[in-house]
Design a protein around this ligand. Structure first.
Ligand SMILES: C[C@@]1(CC(=O)O)C2=NC(=C\c3[nH]c(c(CCC(=O)O)c3CC(=O)O)Cc3[nH]c(c(CC(=O)O)c3CCC(=O)O)/C=C3\N/C(=C\2)[C@@H](CCC(=O)O)[C@]3(C)CC(=O)O)/[C@H]1CCC(=O)O
Ligand SMILES: NC(=O)c1ccc[n+]([C@@H]2O[C@H](COP(=O)([O-])OP(=O)(O)OC[C@H]3O[C@@H](n4cnc5c(N)ncnc54)[C@H](O)[C@@H]3O)[C@@H](O)[C@H]2O)c1
Length: 413
């Protein structure tokens, strides 16, 4: 049995909205046959999040649960209310572990569903002659509102619209009628209103009412209102992904690797095998100041040159017992599994951490996908999926906010 999933939904007075939410939860449950999946609501529907959590934690396996907020943005419910509900549940079941997953966000699958809903409302209209009014909830959290405006802008960039206006149904501005007025003043006479809502409910109702009232007052304009996201596979898949993202990755025992930073200056590191894998890893070891001894009958050109330059010591012969003496760290990366197994076994006996390149579960260390910039090093270890780790590392450094965090700290310092 896998860890139970609590889907933290908003809740609604609207019977249809609640039914659609429940059918979405069933769809998610169908995608996670090994896990108990239950709904908990922030308000207006039953059970509450602490009630739902307490029930699965008391009955379920291992006193663990994952909470996925069924929320598009990062407003107060995601930042404060749900964490408080989790804390409340932990008071009832103190030994429990509850992981709080990320909100749904602008996942490409959800953006694509929204695009479909908008296209259905657009019907026979030409987007180039139509203005899209993209309505969000509005929150006290500036970031959440800015995210909504960003998403509206993405629809402009990708949709071929005459124009796109972002609007908010509550809390902040422009309101929906204000955004419709702006568009009208700019010449728009065909408007599609998309309320960025998950399910039917009051927000959808207000969107329709306000759009109709505005259209009645503007006889030269036509307004079409798009449907909500609703219960669909894409939404369920994003919920399942958020759930899975919180689960620990599987090293040999199923526990995640313990990430650390080795300080290798002048410490002996033994690399057995001098092919492509070693050629990728040895330069990084040398960058870290390690004293590298390379053991292999044949070495790639690059490694040969490093040996000739005196950057490392190369012993051009097969591995033999005793080669790991004094080593702090070892790499077994020959193309012979039996040799790699011997290196790993000798390292184990010496308490030397050792990477086994051909069969990682039989080693005691893994090589991270890493990069350093501005004195900050990032190491990513995945679930024996090196390409994914590399992609995650690259995404971290491609992120503007990460670079800002690294370099603004440098200038402040
Ligand atoms: C991240 C990176 C760091 C680095 O090496 O510097 C790294 N592997 C990279 C590339 C890569 N590895 C492989 C291919 C071939 C193509 C393919 O299959 O996709 C490519 C792609 C290529 O070469 O382009 C094959 C492969 N890899 C492992 C096994 C054996 C096994 O899993 O049991 C096999 C099958 C061997 C076989 O079939 O015999 C095992 C491991 N590889 C790890 C790290 C460790 C943690 C990984 C993680 O976080 O998930 C781990 C678990 C242990 C370890 O070896 O340390 C680096 C990319 C960084 C960058 O590009 O900058
Ligand atoms: N972990 C990873 O990221 C990763 C990536 C690709 C491949 N691999 C695996 O790693 C292993 C090595 O791959 P490669 O592409 O570097 O191989 P390669 O064929 O390029 O190099 C193998 C090296 O091992 C040396 N060698 C052979 N027998 C030896 C012995 N008895 N003692 C010492 N050295 C010996 C060879 O001289 C050569 O230098 C393979 O088993 C491959 O399946 C791992």
């Amino acid at each position: 049995m896998s860890t139970p999933l609590i889907i933290a939904a908003h809740g609604t007075r609207d019977a249809e909205g609640e039914a659609v939410c429940r059918s979405l939860a069933e769809r998610v449950a169908g995608m996670l046959p090994d896990a108990k999946v239950a709904l908990g609501f922030v308000e207006l529907s039953e059970p509450s999040i602490p009630e739902a959590l307490t029930e699965v934690l008391t009955d379920g396996p291992g006193h663990r649960a994952v909470v996925v907020p069924l929320m598009l943005g990062t407003g107060g419910h995601v930042r404060s209310d749900i964490p408080e509900f989790i804390a409340e549940a932990l008071q009832h079941v103190p030994a429990a572990r509850i992981d709080y997953a990320g909100h749904l966000g602008a996942d490409p699958r959800l953006v694509s569903v929204v695009r479909d809903r908008i296209a259905a409302a657009l019907g026979d209209w030409d987007p180039a002659r139509t203005t899209l009014v993209f309505v969000g909830r509005g929150a006290l959290v500036p970031d959440a509102n800015a995210d909504h405006v960003r998403l509206a802008r993405m629809h402009y960039e990708e949709g071929g619209w005459a124009d796109v206006e972002a609007a908010f149904i509550q809390v902040t501005r422009p309101s929906l009628p204000e955004a419709l007025d702006r568009a009208y003043a700019a010449g728009a006479r065909q408007l599609v209103v998309m309320g960025h809502w998950l399910f039917p409910g009051r927000l959808r109702q207000w969107t329709i009412e306000q759009s109709e009232a505005w259209a009645d007052a503007h006889p030269y304009a036509q307004v079409r209102v798009a449907e909500v996201i609703g219960d669909c596979d894409e939404l369920a898949e994003v919920v399942v992904d958020r759930y899975r993202e919180t689960l620990p990755d599987a090293s040999p025992s199923g526990s995640p690797a313990y990430l650390t930073g080795l300080l290798l200056d002048d410490r002996s590191v033994v690399v057995v095998g001098a092919g492509r894998v070693s050629a990728r890893r040895v330069p990084r070891l040398l960058d870290s100041g390690a004293k590298v001894t390379l053991i292999a009958p044949e070495a790639t050109g690059g490694l040969r040159r490093l040996a000739e330059d005196g950057a490392l010591e190369w012993l051009p012969r097969p591995y033999q017992e005793g080669d790991l003496d004094g080593a702090w760290y070892a790499l077994a990366s020959t193309d012979d599994p039996e040799v790699n197994a011997r290196v790993a076994a000798d390292a184990e006996a010496e308490h030397t951490f050792c990477v086994r390149a051909d069969d990682a579960r039989r080693g005691s260390a893994w090589t991270a996908a890493s990069h350093s910039a501005g004195g900050v090093s990032v190491a990513v270890i995945g679930n024996r999926e090196p390409r994914r780790s590399r992609t995650v590392r690259d995404a971290i450094f491609a992120s503007q906010s990460v670079r800002q965090a690294i370099f603004s700290a440098l200038t402040e310092g």
